[in-house]
Design a protein around this ligand. Structure first.
Ligand code: SME
Length: 156
């Protein structure tokens, strides 16, 4: 990326709009998945300052921790386990308004209160999930889902 990453301080919609444009420019010339995930996690973190933002990659029968921003997190999550493993099994984005009400939620941090997990698709298969945690309740809504699904689709 030639230019410095710009951070928008407007509405959620405005922030995602700029984030998407910058992510598109950044990923256009990069073919390495890890490098792209690392910068995407950093861009999302710099834009919104969520508690934890990162990727878990599908490796065999498990999700394995990938590039992230935030506190130390659990390393491996089984298929169908926690919010991440459930999003993988159900093949869809999951928004959790209150993690204490999600059966089987895996608490990597006791400060996490709400969460969104977005599958990353490659060749009609889920190859990873994007997981974002907030220290506030009900942080994520359909705006986050729509934009984050568009952003992770850039990883193809
Ligand atoms: N809460 C997730 C585990 C990953 S951490 O939040 C980073 C889950 O239930 O799958």
């Amino acid at each position: 990326m030639a230019e410095e990453f710009k951070i928008c301080t407007g509405s959620k919609e405005e922030r995602y709009k700029l984030l998407f444009a910058e992510a598109e420019a950044m990923l256009r010339d990069e073919s390495d998945e890890i490098a792209s995930m690392a910068n995407l996690a950093a861009m999302i973190d710099q834009t919104f300052g969520f508690w934890w933002t990162g990727f878990y990659r599908v490796l065999g029968e498990e999700l394995v921790l990938g590039p992230f921003q935030g506190p130390v997190a659990c390393t491996r999550i089984g298929y169908g386990r926690g919010v991440c493993g459930t999003a993988w099994r159900e093949e869809q984005t999951i928004i959790v308004e209150d993690v204490e009400k999600f059966p089987g939620h895996i608490a990597c941090s006791s400060l996490s209160r709400s969460e969104i997990v977005v599958p990353v698709w490659r060749d009609k298969t889920i190859c990873a999930v994007l997981d974002i945690d907030s220290e506030h309740l009900a942080t994520f809504d359909s705006t986050d889902r729509e934009w984050l699904e568009k952003i992770v689709a850039l990883l193809k």
